[in-house]
Design a protein around this ligand. Sequence first.
Ligand code: NAD
Ligand code: DAU
Length: 378
Amino acid sequence: MTATSSASPAEKRLLVTGAAGFIGSNFCHYWLKNHPQGTLIAYDVLSYAGNRHNLDGLETHPDFHFVQGDINDAALLESSLRAHDINVIVHFAAESHVDRSIHDPDAFIQTNIVGTHTLLKVAKSLWLDGPEGPVPHRFHHISTDEVYGTLGPQDPAFREDTPYAPNSPYAASKAGSDHLVRAYQHTYGLNTTTSNCSNNYGPYHFPEKLIPLIIVNILHNKALPIYGDGQQIRDWLYVEDHCRGIAAILGEGREGESYNIGGCNEWANIDIVQLVCRKMDALFAGNPRWAEQYPQAAPALGHRSEELIQYVRDRPGHDRRYAIDAEKITRELAFAPAVDFPTGIQRTILWYLEHPQWWQQVMDGSYRHWLDTQYGAE
Ligand code: NAD
Ligand code: DAU
């Protein structure tokens, strides 16, 4: 490794890419709640998964700015970074859905690999190659556990030194971006950190992903599609805990290091779907308000939500199991998840019940087209 070019800046002025997506928007809310006077540029192209409304309420912060832009647009990135003297980039922007990467990998290469490289080049030119030489900065890259591939039932959980073995075009594109970040640190001395996190759940999760899809389908009395035998395992983490982990890395994370973040919370898909079904049924049974508001929901019609479960064709190349060994971030940064799963899942289901206007407006024409492509027209 090259010598450290600069320390992490004490006063952090952030540009957050992918800020209008699920985790990016949760991160912006989390960060500004804890740094109300802080500088934060939310940068997002507003693709189908990016929603400006996810950032509602943040305009009250004096130094919050929204820029609609692509991470492939070097000129716009550079002017945004210069305008607010940004010294920290938190890079969430990505094509993030595995199933879409199977149907249309090109967008994943363009955003996740080429876009990340554009961002790295801009960061290097501003922070390392300026007339005054290197200035203090940090580039934090958000990655995923999927870069490590798949685990057997008895395999130890993924560690930071587990070899990369990505299986889907999505995972391969994220692995490619991780390698570029590593190379920019190693070769040029860019001050980078990377985090590889397991499956997140919580508010603002786009309903193409398993948990929000199940909730919204129960509300519409629609089939709950389970790929293959439903025994694939994921390690679920409440999104706010992911944000806390990232904040911990921005604080004391060591340059050039990767940190795994996970929930220590492994669930087979079928078990999590059944859990959501039971919780929905209990909420409807406990409060007549929900049946009045959602008369088409399975429990409002007197059915058990579980009756909607339907096994469908498996995802091609479907990874069987993910699990995170989070020992490093716990040991180095004293990080541990704060929200237990029963609390987090209850909070999440209630959030969807209480925000129909949110998921109704994201389920536009392009989303319906995706449902037809993936699950067949109904
Ligand atoms: P998301 O799809 O909800 O959000 C992605 C955001 O990136 C959207 O707002 C989208 O508009 C924006 N975007 C896409 N292409 C862009 C481009 N070219 N320029 C600028 N913005 C662009 O995804 P998410 O679930 O919030 O994931 C965010 C990051 O976290 C991704 O890098 C993903 O790989 C990673 N991650 C996600 C999870 C998870 O469980 N969701 C787990 C681990 C890591
Ligand atoms: O592990 C981290 C990753 O988690 C992130 O990097 C990705 O961005 C994020 O999308 C997520 O990927 P998954 O493929 O694990 O998430 P998804 O919600 O798409 O699926 C979760 C599991 O549920 C997976 O095994 C596939 C299965 N599934 C999914 C859908 C949408 C179903 O059985 N039926 C479905 O309809």
